[in-house]
Design a protein around this ligand. Structure first.
Ligand SMILES: *Cc1c(COP(=O)(O)O)cnc(C)c1O
Length: 392
C-alpha cells in the first residue's frame, strides 16, 4: 500500500527534532554532527540567532502580500545581490529548479526579442543536476531523472563533462546558452578548472551565446568566495542561486546582466510566493553575514584545515577512500567501499554526510563550523572507516 508521504525518497531511519549550530538532535536524544547541512542549505548551521531574530521579527509584522505590491525586504535583498555580484537585476524564486525554469525562459526570450528566434538550444552536461522541474530534468538529461516523463522539454544537448573540444563542436547557429555548474554537486563534486571556466566565457563571447551558471549548490560562500565563478575571474550572463541563500528558509533567485534580462518585461514571468517577506527577511540576514569578506576568508581557513585532515584520513584508510575533491567547504570523498556503506557507518558514529554520483560522499558543513567540530567530524569519519575495514 502506498504511504501517506509519496515514497520518492529512500530515507535514513532518523528523525531530527532540533538543531543547534552544526548539531542535529535526534528524537531519541542522540547528537549528530551535521556535515549534510540540509544538502548545502544551512550555511550558518541550525537556529543561528541572527536568522531566528530576522524571521521572528518579520513573522510578527507581515508574512505575505504577493508580488502585486512592493516588498521592501525583497528590494533590499536585490540591492545587496546586485551590489555584491556581476548582476544588474534579480528575480526571486522558492527553489533551485524554479530558478532553472526562469534561466531557460530568459535565455530564449533574449534571442527572441533580439530578432534571432531560432536560437533556442541550450547546451548542458552529463552528470549535471538542475532540479526536478520540466526544464530541470530536460537540462540534466539523465535516464534516472527523465525515464517515463516524456515528452521532455525540447532544445537541450548534452555533452560529456570536461571535454572542451566537444563543446566547441556542439555550438550551432541555434545555440542560445551554455548551462553549467562550476562544481557538479549531485554529479560527484566534480569541479571545473579556472582555465576551463575562462575558456568557456571566451567561447560564449566569440559566438554571442549566453553563459548560465548554476550556483545553487556551490554558491553563497560555499567555496570561500560569495560565488564559485569568482575564483576564475569571469562572470556569467545569468546565474541560478538557491539552497544557501535562505539558510534553511525556501528561497532561490535568478541573477542576470541587464543585456541578458532585458526581454523579461512586465507579464513575462511571475511567482506567487517568490521573494515573499519572510523569505527575504532571512535572505537579508544570511547575506549580511556570508557576503562579508572576513567571513569568506574564514571559510577558506576552515576549508584548508578540513582538506588537510581529509588527506590524512585517506592515507590511513586507502581501502575505503581514494581521493578528496572539490573546493572550499564543498568537498567530496571518492570511495572504494560503496558510498552508502560509508554513509551508514557515519550514521553509526552520529555523523551526517551526503551521497553523490560516482561513488562519492559529500561533506557540506555549515560554513561557520568550528575548528573543533572539524576535528570531531574527522574523528567520527575515521571511526566509521574503521568499522568498515574490520567488517570488510
Ligand atoms: C539542489 C540543486 C538544484 C535544485 O534545487 P531545488 O531547490 O531542489 O529545486 C539545482 N541545481 C543544483 C546545482 C542543485 O544542487
Amino acid at each position: 500500500m502506498i504511504t501517506p508521504i509519496l515514497p520518492t525518497y529512500n530515507r535514513a531511519p532518523l528523525s531530527f527534532v532540533k538543531g543547534e549550530g552544526s548539531w542535529l538532535i535526534e528524537a531519541d536524544g542522540r547528537r549528530f554532527l551535521d556535515l549534510a547541512a540540509g544538502i548545502a542549505v544551512n550555511v550558518l548551521g541550525h537556529a543561528h540567532p541572527a536568522l531566528v531574530a530576522a524571521l521572528t521579527a518579520q513573522a510578527g509584522q507581515l508574512w505575505h502580500t504577493s508580488n502585486l505590491y512592493h516588498i521592501p525586504g525583497q528590494q533590499e535583498l536585490a540591492d545587496r545581490l546586485v551590489a555584491a555580484t556581476f548582476a544588474d537585476t534579480v528575480f526571486f524564486t522558492n527553489s533551485g529548479t524554479e530558478a532553472c525554469e526562469l534561466a531557460v525562459k530568459m535565455a530564449r526570450r533574449h534571442f527572441h526579442d533580439a530578432g534571432m528566434p531560432e536560437r533556442t538550444e541550450i547546451i548542458a552536461f552529463e552528470g549535471s543536476f538542475h532540479g526536478r522541474s520540466a526544464a530541470g530534468i530536460a537540462a540534466a538529461g539523465s535516464e534516472k531523472m527523465t525515464k517515463g516523463f516524456g515528452p521532455l522539454l525540447p532544445g537541450f544537448t548534452h555533452l560529456p563533462w570536461g571535454d572542451h573540444a566537444a563543446l566547441t563542436g556542439a555550438i550551432t547557429e541555434n545555440t542560445a546558452a551554455i548551462l553549467i555548474e562550476p562544481i557538479q554537486g549531485e554529479g560527484g563534486i566534480r569541479p571545473m578548472s579556472d582555465q576551463d571556466m575562462k575558456d568557456l566565457r571566451a567561447l560564449c563571447d566569440e559566438h554571442g551565446i549566453l553563459l548560465i551558471l548554476d550556483e545553487v549548490q556551490c554558491g553563497m560562500g560555499r567555496t570561500g568566495r560569495l560565488f564559485a565563478h569568482e575564483w576564475a575571474g569571469v562572470e556569467p550572463d545569468i546565474m541560478m542561486v538557491a539552497k544557501g541563500i535562505g539558510g534553511g528558509f525556501p528561497l532561490g533567485a535568478v541573477l542576470a546582466r541587464e543585456d541578458a534580462a532585458s526581454a523579461m518585461v512586465a507579464g513575462t514571468h511571475g511567482s506567487t510566493y517568490g521573494g515573499n517577506p519572510l523569505a527575504c527577511a532571512v535572505g537579508n540576514a544570511v547575506m549580511q553575514i556570508v557576503a562579508d569578506p572576513e567571513f569568506l576568508d574564514g571559510v577558506c581557513v576552515r576549508a584548508g584545515q578540513m582538506r588537510q585532515k581529509l588527506e590524512g584520513l585517506i592515507a590511513s584508510h586507502p581501502d575505503i577512500f581514494t581521493e578528496v575533491r572539490g573546493s572550499g567547504l564543498m568537498l567530496g570523498l571518492k570511495c572504494k567501499a560503496p558510498n552508502m556503506d560509508v554513509i551508514n557507518a557515519a550514521y553509526g558514529q552520529e555523523l551526517c554526510i551526503v551521497p553523490a554520483a560516482d561513488n562519492v560522499v559529500r561533506l557540506l558543513p555549515p560554513l561557520n563550523i568550528t575548528q573543533d567540530e572539524i576535528t570531531e567530524a574527522i574523528t567520527r569519519l575515521d571511526r566509521a572507516a574503521d568499522t568498515l575495514s574490520s567488517s570488510g
